[in-house]
Design a protein around this ligand. Structure first.
Ligand code: TXA
Ligand code: MG
Length: 320
């Protein structure tokens, strides 16, 4: 495995690896992705194997430009409005597949839907552009971590999780948003938010009106909906106002009371949910590899990106 600073040569090499049916890790504004040519079934199968995904869950198709989706998905007026407003950006749309779609069916797990997004990261966009010149232009990419573990927000996180199976990691620093994209299901007339993420649900609803939510216990359209997902290797306790002596304290907001816990990290001293989202997975990675017995987490306000943070924390804390 090599980690390369993402200059023009490294991006060209990554695009050629994709064209040859190999897998490559690359940065997006949300988390690092593990990419393969979406039109190459054996290449996509390598992604599932590398992650130990227990079953073939559908992957997000990344493109540099929504125009590349013509003939791949049915783009209705809601999709057009959302894409015009939020792409490039942390929004994934689940759309009905076009009858002539070229993507390999393993990419969308044989479902009649495809999920698509244009990421907002210079390295991801350059890689996607290069790959559109050489190949299909659609890169299928889940988060670049082993199944059920924390998502990676730095190249080092990717190396720790997948270093033995991925030949190349394009390094592009720490990701800016830090939680995965918001997933909106537009396959029926009732739009639904399947996974809260980098764009707050209220911003989506401002544009296309009230959206449903994925029901608890519903058969997952998205594995990010599974009760225990995004889980650190240490038990987590939520809405804690202090930590025990052997626990880490994951804090939020200005700290007023006595310092408690074996070690402390503050997601955002200013109490800013955007800053907290950017730090979330990085801090959980650090705490899961420290010598504490568990992680006590302060309450996070349930608005804006706080909704995505609380979603990940609740899934991470769910009993096995
Ligand atoms: O921010 C992100 O979305 C990152 C970066 C790399 O783009 N990707 C990511 O991928 O989080 P992943 O595979 O870890 O989560 C994608 C979610 C999964 O829960 C998957 O089931 C759902 O999207 N999904 C993908 N395609 C779908 C489809 N055709 N129908 C329903 N759900 C789909
Ligand atoms: Mg994931």
């Amino acid at each position: 495995m090599r980690i390369l600073a993402a200059d023009d040569n490294a991006i060209e090499e990554a695009a050629r690896l994709l064209l040859a049916g190999d897998i490559v890790a690359f940065p997006t504004e949300t988390v690092y992705g593990l990419g393969a040519d979406a039109a190459n079934a054996p290449a996509v199968a390598k992604v599932f194997a590398a992650k130990n995904r227990p079953s073939f869950n559908p992957l997000i198709n990344h493109v540099c430009d929504a125009a590349l989706l013509k003939g791949e998905v049915e783009f209705d007026s809601r999709a057009q409005e959302l894409a015009a407003q939020f792409w490039p950006g942390p929004l994934t749309l689940v759309l009905n597949k076009h009858p002539a779609a070229k993507g390999a069916s393993i990419t969308h797990a044989g479902l009649p839907f495809m999920s698509v997004r244009v990421p907002n990261h210079p390295v991801a966009l350059q890689l996607l552009k290069k790959f559109a010149q050489l190949g299909s232009g659609l890169i299928a990419a889940p988060s670049a971590n082993k199944s059920n573990s924390l998502s990676p927000t730095t190249p080092q996180h990717v190396a720790e999780s997948l270093g033995d199976v991925v030949p190349l990691i394009l390094a592009g620093g720490k990701t800016s948003v830090g939680v995965e994209s918001t997933i909106v299901d537009l396959t029926t007339s009732q739009a639904r938010i399947l996974r809260p993420g980098g764009i707050a649900p209220e911003e989506i609803e401002r544009l296309i009106g009230p959206c449903g939510r994925a029901a608890a216990g519903e058969a997952p359209m998205a594995p990010g909906m599974l009760a225990r997902h995004y889980a650190p290797a240490k038990p987590m306790r939520l809405n804690a106002t202090s930590a025990n002596d052997d626990e880490a304290f994951l804090m939020f907001g200005p700290h007023l009371g006595p310092v408690t816990g074996k070690l402390q990290l503050n997601l955002s001293e200013q109490g800013d949910v955007v800053e907290a989202a950017a730090n979330l997975f990085d801090y959980l990675h650090r705490l899961e590899s420290s010598d504490v017995t568990g992680i006590a987490v302060m309450p996070i306000p349930e608005h804006g990106l706080g909704i995505a943070i609380n979603d990940r924390l609740h899934r991470g804390a769910a009993a096995l």
